[in-house]
Design a protein around this ligand. Sequence first.
Ligand SMILES: Cc1cc2nc3c(=O)[nH]c(=O)nc-3n(C[C@H](O)[C@H](O)[C@H](O)COP(=O)(O)O)c2cc1C
Ligand code: SF4
Ligand code: SF4
Length: 290
Amino acid sequence: MQKKVGVFYFSGTGNTEIIVNALGNELIKSGNKIEIIRIEDILKDNVYFDVNSYDLIGICYPIHAFNAPGIVFDFIKKLPRVKDKYTFIIKNAGSNFLKGGSTTIIKNKLIAKGYDLFNESLILMPSNIFTKYPDELSKQLYLTSIKKVNRVVREILNGKMRRQKNSAMLTLFTRIVSFFEGIGAPLFGKDLKVNDNCASCNKCVKNCPRGNIRMEGLKVKFGMRCMACLRCIYRCPQGSIKPTLFKFAVFKDGYNLQGIIDNPEIKGEYITRDSNGKYKEFYNYIFNED
Ligand SMILES: Cc1cc2nc3c(=O)[nH]c(=O)nc-3n(C[C@H](O)[C@H](O)[C@H](O)COP(=O)(O)O)c2cc1C
Ligand code: SF4
Ligand code: SF4
């Protein structure tokens, strides 16, 4: 039977969006309907949606400090109460260290509003912070993500349960790290500086998911609502926005997974059976069908 799926997502720098688009393609291919909505547009009151019109709800987001970004929790606050609405999440992260954190916090918030979180997946994507992955590995993670998305689609359409096991310790750890990230992110935003190459094009102002950037005359100014999503830094056409204290966190030459996907010379054959060293941890993830 055809299902109508509503997918709500946040993506700072494009990885989650790539996953969500793959999810949409696969659902349509299998004869279903999908509506994809950006969480930031909902929070800016720019879109209307009716949760009750969906058979299934999906929430997709990048891991920020072992948890969903605050904007996802703001969205959940805004969701109406429902009765037993089948819900899945796809979280994505640069590594599977500690499973990307506990999902108990988000699960409890959803359950409290009547959303039955029956399927949870972690998809690994290139990290957009601290350590830049080799292009070949980034492409391989992208290609693998398509297979994982297809697996998610099969499962959610068949109502298969997949719940992450979260120990009390992992949940406590997630709460603590997340708390400090909540304090650190606005400071990260205050640390951003704009150099003289800025063309005052306003793109960063329009694109900031938190409405944290404004123009004062021709000058770009940052407020205290930053969530450290890195979008303004990597999407500025002039490469003008840089952190000063936190410069170690971002990639000097930018981050653009779509460019890697579109480059036919990058084959995505980085990890093999014989791989050793730094990125070996990805082997099981990439070659495991699950
Ligand atoms: C502020 C911030 C915190 C992050 N924290 C983690 C983390 O705790 N674990 C992890 O594996 N990746 C972490 N990442 C990496 C992202 O989860 C990953 O690159 C994701 O695919 C980015 O998705 P997006 O492009 O949709 O924003 C973090 C990224 C940012 C910007
Ligand atoms: S996007 Fe870049 S060039 Fe455009 S206003 Fe912002 S900082 Fe300046
Ligand atoms: S100021 Fe930049 S990093 Fe902070 S939330 Fe806005 S776009 Fe993201």
